[in-house]
Design a binder for this molecule. Structure first.
Ligand SMILES: CC(C)[C@H](C(=O)O)[C@@H](O)C(=O)O
Ligand code: SF4
Length: 472
């Protein structure tokens, strides 16, 4: 009998171009996604060395980090403006397809890849961006790379990579009503820490993962990097196939059916061996809120913010102390008593149509709290359009939310959408580091549903008490 293999092993074997014992492998790359922040020096390197982009047809660029999400034509920041102009010039010169700021395909790079069907099971996918792990939701091996590696991939369509170890994160049972994929990944990182994935590619398995929609799976894989992992992925199944059916860059008819069978055959075989396995029970998970300055510093919405004395070691205590100080919290107060001034619904973690729809379901018939400024930033132009066609923009606007154009926006302070110093934001993004949403800004990571509920109440609240429809 054939030796059972993991999805990672199967993809790896199909992509090794050169192997030498004890050295990294040279891997073929099927899809290279490019954005304006990490590509300028890479293209410049090609120019200096008089090289071409080897496979422009396997390369796709967009503008996301720097783009304004209102007044599209007014780019105030000089660096942002230069980076966007440079990407345009580079894509023209090197023949790389580009969805620029005004293009109907524009959006956050990790939202548009799947949306266009560029992201497919079994592919090796890279991008000069750490959240490339998002694409792993499709059973692709997708990871972020640095700018010098971007240049290498542009020039050769390959990359040197040491074969990673595999870590099975098995999620048993079912998530409760009102508990989302975002709560799941926050709870995983909260339980095992922000370093437990270091050196591994995580494969998420188990009943709760199988039951997730593709949007939910993308949310989970997106945050693999916040667990320290190289990448995170989920074996392809019928959910994956159905999401991709009919998308622009996938074949149709019989060719699709054949491809779908190949995709499903990539799933990890029964009995395959992982280097490590951890397990968690979905039923134990409550809606989560981060209280501190890394995504592992999260607690259930019913819990109290930890106090310095709760630290297990001196180091722990020091970390808690610093985080409490930065976050302007005492320690010991219920997280639900913490008032917020901003709500951001967006980012590559939670800005897809399904995310916006679920947030809108909570908001409907309510109004944003008078002390709160709330914005919704669709992940792509096409998400925006889909939401508008469904009337979701109206629900948000009537409730007092701002309805913006697509981009990374308030996820990171690289554009005009910034949280002012000392102010607090409930955010559906993936990073709550010091200064992430602006100098001195205080970020609390939550699900779209929890963000919507906080916008209405002006403080964190268990969304389940507002009566939420059953979905993940
Ligand atoms: C700007 C980019 C390099 C960065 C990343 O790699 O993740 C950004 O997307 C982020 O989320 O911090
Ligand atoms: S939305 Fe945020 S996390 Fe995602 S790519 Fe943009 S800046 Fe990075």
């Amino acid at each position: 009998m054939r030796k059972p293999k993991t999805v990672v092993e199967k993809i790896w074997e199909k992509h090794v171009v050169h192997h030498e014992e004890g050295k990294p492998d040279l891997l073929y790359i099927d899809l290279h996604l490019v954005h304006e922040v990490t590509s300028p020096q890479a293209f410049e390197g090609l120019r200096i060395n008089n090289r071409k982009v080897r496979r422009p047809d396997l390369t796709f660029a967009t503008m996301d980090h720097n783009v304004p999400t209102i007044h599209r034509n007014v780019i105030k920041d000089e660096v942002s403006k230069t980076q966007m102009e440079t990407l345009k010039t580079n894509c023209e010169e090197f023949n790389v397809p580009l969805a620029d700021i005004h293009h109907p395909d524009q959006g956050i790079v990790h939202v548009i890849g799947p949306e266009l069907g560029l992201t497919q099971p079994g592919k090796t996918i890279v991008c000069g961006d750490s959240h490339t792990s998002t694409h792993g939701a499709f059973g692709a091996l997708a990871f972020g790379i640095g700018t010098s590696e971007v240049e290498h991939v542009l020039a050769t369509q390959t990359i040197w990579q040491a074969k990673p170890k595999t870590l099975n994160v098995k999620v048993n049972g079912k998530l409760g009503t009102g508990v989302t994929a975002k709560d799941l990944i926050l709870a995983i990182i909260g339980k095992f820490g922000v370093k437990f994935g270091t050196g591994y590619v995580i494969e998420y398995t188990g009943e709760a993962i199988r039951n997730l929609s593709m949007e939910g799976r993308m949310t989970v894989c997106n945050m693999s990097i916040e667990a320290g992992a190289r990448a995170g992925l989920i074996s392809p199944d019928d959910t994956t196939v159905e999401f991709l059916r009919g998308r622009r860059h996938v074949p149709t008819g019989e060719a699709f059916d054949q491809l779908a069978e190949e995709w499903k055959a990539l799933a990890t075989d029964e009995g395959a061996i992982y280097d490590e396995t951890v397990e968690i029970d979905a039923a134990d998970i409550e809606p989560q809120v981060t209280w501190g300055t890394n995504p592992g510093m999260c607690i259930p919405v019913s819990a109290n913010v930890p106090s310095v004395e709760d630290g297990q070691s001196d180091n722990d205590k020091e970390e808690i102390k610093r985080a409490l100080e930065y976050m302007g919290l005492q320690g010991g107060e219920p997280i639900s008593s913490v008032a917020i001034e901003h709500v951001f619904i967006g980012s590559c973690t939670n800005s897809r149509f399904a995310d916006l729809k679920k947030a809108a379901d909570i908001v409907k018939g309510h109004h944003v709290h008078p002390n709160v400024r709330a914005i919704v930033v669709p992940g792509s132009h096409s998400v925006k359009k889909q939401a508008e066609d469904a009337g979701i923009d109206i629900i948000f606007k009537e409730a007092g939310f701002e309805w913006r154009d697509a981009g990374c926006s308030m996820c990171l302070a690289m554009n005009d959408d910034v949280v002012p110093e000392g102010e607090r934001c409930a955010s559906t993004s993936n990073r709550n580091f010091e200064g992430r949403q602006g100098t001195g800004a205080r970020t609390h990571l939550v699900s779209p549903e929890m963000a919507a509920a906080a916008a209405v109440k002006g403080h964190f609240v268990d969304v389940r008490t507002l009566g939420v429809p059953a979905h993940n």
